[in-house]
Each structure stands twice: as structure tokens, then as C-alpha cells.
Write a protein that binds this ligand. Structure first.
Ligand code: ADP
Ligand code: MG
Length: 713
């Protein structure tokens, strides 16, 4: 990657003196940013651009090159790439569009340049991207003119050039210094995983910001992120069906399922944000030492802002511990009107004295009872107030000395705020909520980095377990959706299942149900039926063999009537599970991020509340408990209003086992245990219904199973 970010001799291909020429902007940027190497312009027209002579072809360059920026029509790119390779280049940036994002012909061209580079041992960024910047050596390749940017230690990776520009603008506005920038476009060679690893190792980068519309190698991406100790902030979009159609034409990306992605990136310690502004606030907070606890001191020049702060703190779970008496007394002694009751948040009222504010931070920040300070500063120059530069510098110094954050929030006119931001190398927040939310992200990041053990590594294909044998048998028959056998598979993994038997015909319904405890449950076993109860295929409260036979006959007709094309192959007989809390456990396999597990309140609640937790699979018991605790409905499990606490250990154990089953067998593409009934602590769980989708080697598709019946194993 250094070949791309740190070249010495750069060719800019596609330059001309014409005013609308885009490659000319690259030459302009290299001059403007003071590129430390040599660079040459190449273009058919000849002449010169910004005082730089334009060579008519690559062969006539005065010396060998090691890098080329190519901005010529797509069909000409392969030839230019080959010529540059012949002149020594092993790093490229290809800005041109018209590749895979545009047409099948473009996709073919894209594959060509990828193979040309691969064969030469060269790497390239693009095609179809806006540019790259390295502030350390002045390499500035965007094809639009870039204003000089503040230099620093934050690096940006953006799949979209347009969003990348917004990041640059917003960050420059906050005086957040840039180290490296790359817009990566179609990612035909270098992708987000390569760049993430590079920035992770890059000594010039302290904070990594990512804008991505697609993540192609999800597992590698998460693993790379987990290995990096710098804050990684991800703004991932393209999560809705509508956005997906736009993104396809935009940067030819495919979307992963967002819940899975979210679970995977968060498990890897990545901070996910939803908007450009959130990204900027988060990048800002990492210019400060981390918030290591939840105890905050808020000092405010306005009582109203103090109230906003108190609301936001309590919403996010920050504590506002009382400040020591000597601090309070000191303020009281200085107040002019003395009409304000003092506490935390500390309303500074009519007290306006920069030196005293500095003294307050000096007193409060070192307190053992305080993990961070928020200073809410209203500033009205028209009222003759001094520029608060001195207080900001004090805040910066004290923050560094004590290793605690001071979030400085400036409420003023936009122009005043932006002037002050330029004066200091310190984050300045615009609103109280932004500052407190950013501190919350700092705290969570600190926790994750220091408290939670890394996600368990994937387990390989399991031994000859009983579950595997069942899956083998289903696959051998070309089954793709199994219901009865899914119960067998999870039972083989050690999950308790309500006693279940399979009857192949009406006669067997009679014999099997004789001797079963009543009431019992009768269900249809049919191909083409996924949700049995929707198809009239579940009868609860069956009173005995006679009732079972009568209901089975009626059920067969009903199901085949309700679901056209359904074929009834038999019936499932179950004992009735005692009442408890119905949960579901699901698992699936994401194209990019691999296996995942989900859990939530079961039955109809799933669709209504969408209260579901997701994590990459496999999970351990602790992670499973974390999933349950993150559910809005957790109190239902945890003994709400005097109900007994549920057996969380048994439920977690079941989640762990389902997660292992999917992670250990690639043929399983989905598992759905719904419901699994959870009983009071010590009494365990009972799975009542399950289905499993298999991707059989024979068909490679996920069609519904055709006739399969067997006795309970
Ligand atoms: P499906 O999900 O295919 O419609 P289920 O087997 O999950 O069918 O049955 C539907 C509902 O019936 C379950 O969610 C559960 O509430 C209830 N139920 C099913 N089997 C039993 C059983 N053996 N004991 C108690 N309740 C059951
Ligand atoms: Mg069900």
C-alpha cells in the first residue's frame, strides 16, 4: 500500500491544457499541496498545464516512474496501465468511470485491468473514484481542486467521492487534521480490507473513518478491525432496498443484510454512526483522552443548557455526582446576584470570568468522582465578551495532564464558532447533545477495548456429531427445507426438545398417539408448507387417539386446500409443552459476514416488535447473555412484576448450541427454532418447533423439500 500512498515519481495520465480537463486539477493539487516527489503530466495534446510540460506519451517521460494516476476514457486504461508498468510503475490510481458500475463491457474492462496489475505485481485503487490524498508527502490526486486541508492524524476511507468530499469539508471546518484520504470506488483491486489494514499499521494515523456502501469480504474486514487498537468509525449506508438500487449503479456494490453487518462490526469493536455529522463528532471526541467511566461534571453558562445536558446525561446513563462543598462554595462566593442553586450541572449564572472558569476546570477535572467534564459556553461577542481561546487552551492542557476529556461546547453565531475552531487544535462541539453523545461513544469504545474479550473464533467442521449425521441424511436425499429433522438436529446438539414422533399415515397417527400423555399436539408434515399454523396445520389440545385421527383427516384436506400445491406426507405428534415464555432462536449465513445467530421473544411478537439481537456465530454463553440483555423485552425473562425469573442459563446454552451448529456445518444456510419455551430458573427450556434450510450439493438451490418422512430418531 505504500507504493500507492508514498510514491516518488508520479505520472498523471490524461492531462491537457483545455480548461475543462480534469487531470489538470490533479496537477494543480500536486503543486498546491507541495508534493515532495517528482511528477509528470502525460496527454495526447502536448503543451503545458499549470506550467508543467505535457508529455505526449508514457515512453517519452524523462525518467522511470513508480506510480501513475490515470484519468482517461475507460477503454484506453488497460493500454496506459501496461505502458506505465513497462516504465516501472507498480502503484496506480484509476479515476475514470465507465467500468463495472456502468455496463457488462465495462465490467470486462475492469477484469482486464485487474489481471494486468496482478500479473505485474502492481496494486491499484479504483476505478471510478475521486482520488487519494497523503498529507505527509503532499500527494493529492483528486480530479477536483482541493483546498488546503489541516494536517493531522485522522484518516478517511470513502467508497463515494462525493461523501468523501463532505467528510473533508466537515472535518476541515472542525479543524480536524487529516493524514490519509482514499476514495475507493469500484474496489477492483485494493478494497476496504487492504486499506483498513494499512491504516491500522500506519504510524501517521490515530483515528480511522470509513464510509462504505458495501463490504465484500465481511469476515476479513471484521477480523482486520478487531486486530486494530485505533478507533475505527464506520458510516455504512445502502441498508434499504431503495438505496440498494442506486448504489448498484453508483459503485456497483451489493448490500449485506444490515443486522448481520451491524452485529459483526460492533463485535469487532467498530463504532457505527448514522450520519456525516455523527461521524465528525465522533472523530472529534477521539482527539481527547477517553471517557473511562460514567461520572460527568457539567458546567454551564446557561441554566437552560444545563437542563438539556441533565436530560441527555440521564437518557444515556451518565451519572452527575454532587460536586464537593469547597467547589460549590467557591462559586457561591463569586456569584453576583446569588439567586442560583448550585449543583451538578453547575449553573455559572451571572459569573463571567475566564480565569475563574479555568480555575473551576482545574478543581473539578482531577476529582476521583469525575471521569469527564462538559463545559457549555455561550459566547456573545456583541456583548463585549472576550474570545474564549484562553479557556479552551486551559481545557486542552488539563485534559492532557489528567487523561480525562473536557468536552467544550460553544454556543454562538456560526461565523464566531468557525473562527474560534480555526484558532485551536481542540474539539469544539456545537450542541450540548452532540457533545454528550460523543462522550458516550468514547466511553463505550473504552469499555469494549478494555473489558470485553475478543469474539470467539470460528470453530471448524465438527466431528461426527449426531446433528451432522442427520444433516448428511437430509442432504443425501436432496432435502432443502426440513422441519421434523431440524428438531432432531438441535436435540442432537443437546437442546431439550418436547417429545416428538412422526407418523407416516393416519394409521400410524392412531398407534403412535396411543399411550401419549394428553392433551397432545398434532401438526402436519408437508412439502410446500413453511408456517404450519398459517396453513391450518397445527392442532393443540388433541384429546386422544380418536380425536387425533379425526383431526389428522381434516387437517390433510384443510392444508391442501389452503396452500395450493402443498403435499401432506405425514403428521407430527407432540406432547404439550407446559406454558412458559416463548422465545425464538434463529441462525443464518450472510454472503459477506458468514454465520450469525439471532434471538428474540418468540411467536407473533417477532414480527410485531422486531425486538431481535444478532451476533456473528458462534457465540459463547456470555455473549448469548449479552444478546438477551440487549432485548427491549428482557424484563419479561428477568422476572418482571413478580413473575419468576426465567432459566437464562438454559436459554443461553441453547443459543450457543444453535450458533455452533450453523458455524460448524456449511451446508446449513438457516435454522429457526420458534418457539423455544423458557421455564423458571432451574427448569430449563423446551424447543417445540424448528426448521432448517439446507443448501444441498446436489441441487445447489433452496427449493422446498419433497416427500420425506422418518420415525423419531
Ligand atoms: P408453525 O410455526 O409452523 O406455525 P409451531 O409448531 O410453531 O408451528 O406451532 C404454532 C404454535 O403452537 C407455537 O408457537 C406454540 O405456541 C404452539 N405449540 C406448538 N406445538 C406445541 C406443543 N408441543 N406444546 C405447546 N404448544 C405448542
Ligand atoms: Mg413455529
Amino acid at each position: 500500500m505504500r507504493r500507492i500512498f508514498c510514491p516518488s515519481r508520479v505520472a498523471v495520465i490524461g492531462a491537457s491544457p483545455a480548461p475543462e480537463n480534469l487531470a489538470a486539477n490533479i496537477v494543480f493539487n500536486l503543486i498546491n499541496f507541495g508534493f515532495k516527489g517528482e511528477f509528470y503530466a502525460v496527454g495526447r495534446s502536448g503543451g503545458e498545464v499549470h506550467g508543467v510540460p505535457i508529455h505526449r506519451d508514457v515512453a517519452s517521460l524523462p525518467s522511470d516512474i513508480d506510480f501513475a494516476a490515470i484519468l482517461t476514457p475507460a477503454p484506453t486504461v488497460p493500454a496506459f496501465m501496461e505502458q506505465c508498468i513497462a516504465r516501472g510503475a507498480r502503484g496506480f490510481w484509476v479515476g475514470t468511470g465507465g467500468f463495472s458500475e456502468f455496463s457488462e463491457g465495462g465490467a470486462e474492462l475492469e477484469r482486464r485491468i485487474a489481471s494486468i496489475a496482478r500479473e505485474a505485481g502492481a496494486r491499484f485503487i479504483g476505478p471510478n473514484c475521486w482520488g487519494i490524498i497523503n498529507m505527509e508527502n503532499g500527494l493529492c490526486l483528486p480530479f477536483g481542486r482541493v483546498r488546503m486541508l489541516p494536517f493531522g492524524r485522522t484518516s478517511i476511507l470513502a467508497q463515494s467521492g462525493g461523501v468523501g468530499i463532505s467528510y473533508l469539508q466537515e472535518m476541515a471546518g472542525e479543524n480536524i487534521g487529516l493524514s490519509k484520504f482514499a476514495s475507493i470506488g469500484n474496489k477492483a483491486d485494493v478494497d476496504e480490507v487492504d486499506l483498513l489494514k494499512f491504516l491500522g499499521d500506519d504510524p501517521g494515523t490515530a483515528v480511522i473513518c470509513l464510509y462504505l456502501e458495501s463490504i465484500n469480504r465481511g469476515r476479513e474486514f471484521a477480523a482486520a478491525a478487531a486486530a486494530i487498537s485505533k478507533p475505527i468509525i464506520l458510516h455504512k449506508t445502502n441498508t434499504t432496498p431503495l438505496a440498494r438500487t442506486i448504489a448498484k449503479t453508483h459503485t456497483s456494490s451489493l448490500a449485506s443484510d444490515d443486522a448481520v453487518l451491524d452485529a459483526a462490526v460492533k463485535s469487532a469493536g467498530i463504532i457505527r454512526v448514522g450520519t456525516v455529522r455523527e461521524l465528525v463528532d465522533t472523530a472529534n471526541i477521539f482527539r481527547l483522552p477517553p471517557m473511562k467511566g460514567r461520572r460527568m461534571a457539567v458546567m454551564s453558562r446557561s441554566g437552560g443548557h444545563a437542563i438539556i445536558a441533565a436530560d441527555e446525561c440521564s437518557r444515556l446513563g451518565f451519572e452527575l455526582p454532587p460536586l464537593p462543598n469547597d467547589v460549590i462554595e467557591k462559586v457561591r462566593g463569586r456569584l453576583r446576584a446569588g439567586v442560583i442553586s448550585l449543583g451538578n450541572p453547575l449553573d455559572l449564572g451571572d459569573l463571567y470570568d475566564h480565569a475563574f472558569y479555568a480555575e473551576m476546570i482545574k478543581m473539578v477535572l482531577p476529582l476521583d468522582s469525575v471521569d469527564g467534564v462538559v463545559l457549555l459556553f455561550t459566547y456573545h461577542p456583541a456583548m463585549g465578551m472576550q474570545v474564549p481561546e484562553d479557556i479552551i487552551l486551559t481545557a486542552k492542557r488539563l485534559s492532557e495532564t489528567h487523561g480525562k476529556p473536557v468536552a467544550f461546547c460553544l454556543m454562538s453565531w456560526a461565523e464566531e464558532a468557525s473562527e474560534i475552531k480555526k484558532l485551536v487544535d481542540f474539539p469544539i462541539f456545537q450542541t450540548t447533545e452532540e457533545a454528550i453523545r460523543a462522550l458516550d461513544r468514547s466511553y463505550r469504545y473504552h469499555l469494549r477495548r478494555n473489558g470485553i474479550p475478543p469474539a470467539p473464533s470460528a470453530i471448524g467442521p465438527g466431528g461426527p456429531s449426531a446433528a451432522r449425521t442427520i444433516v448428511d441424511a437430509c442432504c443425501a436425499r436432496g432435502e432443502t427445507l426440513v422441519s421434523y429433522d431440524a428438531l432432531g438436529a438441535i436435540r442432537a446438539e443437546g437442546i431439550e426438545v418436547v417429545p416428538t414422533f412422526l407418523a407416516h399415515d393416519i394409521e400410524e397417527v392412531r398407534t403412535l398417539s396411543t399411550g401419549m400423555p394428553v392433551p397432545l399436539v398434532l401438526k402436519v408434515q408437508a412439502s410446500g408448507v413453511s408456517h404450519k399454523s398459517d396453513a391450518g396445520g397445527v392442532a393443540l389440545g388433541v384429546s386422544g387417539p380418536q380425536d387425533a385421527v379425526a383431526k389428522a383427516i381434516a387437517m390433510k384436506d384443510r392444508v391442501e386446500n389452503i396452500v395450493p400445491g402443498a403435499k401432506v406426507h405425514g403428521f407430527i405428534l407432540q406432547e404439550t409443552a407446559p406454558g412458559g415464555v416463548e422465545m425464538f432462536i434463529g441462525a443464518g449465513r450472510d454472503r459477506s459476514f458468514g454465520p450469525f445467530v439471532t434471538a428474540g421473544l418468540g411467536g407473533v411478537f417477532v414480527e410485531i416488535y422486531r425486538d431481535v439481537a444478532t451476533l456473528p456465530a458462534p457465540v459463547d454463553g456470555r455473549a448469548a447473555l449479552g444478546m438477551l440483555q440487549s432485548l427491549g423485552g428482557f424484563p419479561v425473562l428477568d422476572g418482571f412484576r413478580g413473575r419468576p425469573r426465567c432459566d437464562l442459563d438454559a436459554l443461553c446454552d441453547a443459543i450457543v448450541k444453535v450458533s455452533r451448529l450453523i458455524a460448524s456445518d456449511e451446508r446449513i444456510s438457516g435454522i429457526d427454532v420458534n418457539p423455544i419455551v423458557v421455564y423458571p430458573k432451574g427448569l430449563g427450556v423446551l424447543a417445540v418447533d424448528a426448521r432448517m434450510t439446507l443448501e444441498t450439493a446436489a441441487t445447489g438451490n433452496w427449493q422446498l423439500a419433497t416427500g420425506y418422512c422418518s420415525r423419531s430418531p
